[in-house]
Ligand binder design. Sequence first.
Ligand SMILES: [Zn+2]
Ligand SMILES: [Zn+2]
Length: 210
Amino acid sequence: MAQVHKIPSSYNANSYLIAAKRPILVDVGMHCELALRSIEKIIVPNALEYIVLTHCHYDHTFGALELAEQTGARIVIHKNDADLLSDDHATVSDLFGVSTPSIMPDVILQGGEMLNLGDADLGVIHTPGHTPGSICLYGSKQLFSGDTVFPNGSFGRTDLKGGDLNQLIKSIKLLTTRDVETLYAGHGDVTSKNVNAQIRDSLRFAEQVL
Ligand SMILES: [Zn+2]
Ligand SMILES: [Zn+2]
């Protein structure tokens, strides 16, 4: 697996640059400039191939349109969240008191695809529950989990528009079938400590809430 760099963002939403032969960014955060300044220290920004959005929420996606314009990267999202990208309520941008930019994705995912990064592959896992079109990316025992699971047995909230706890539990169950060495979540620290057990804890805690 190529090197993964955590890109500073705002509102604590994490963004990750995977510096593969065909580099991709997983989520952007709210400020394009902030992301771009970090990216250009690692790769030539025009080399950025994809901006993969783990879900539609504003704190992960707001900078995507501008960053795509500046780098030429293609915006990728699951079909169930694609239409929600310009919905202020679904993206929760109304909670931030602003209107979301109309982001038109270039690539629509169904789940089950393989993203070819040249020297690495990442599988797309559809993990609805936090939002209808949430996805995780998995390859070489690395999991990019968006807001589906977080470290230490935490998991994404399901009380926002499109959220569904039953679906989230099914999605986390699916993740427990993967062998994960490093978890790159949408919030919190990157962790490589007993990650499979951490994800099993997320499942157990989510089931307790039901
Ligand atoms: Zn979210
Ligand atoms: Zn989030």
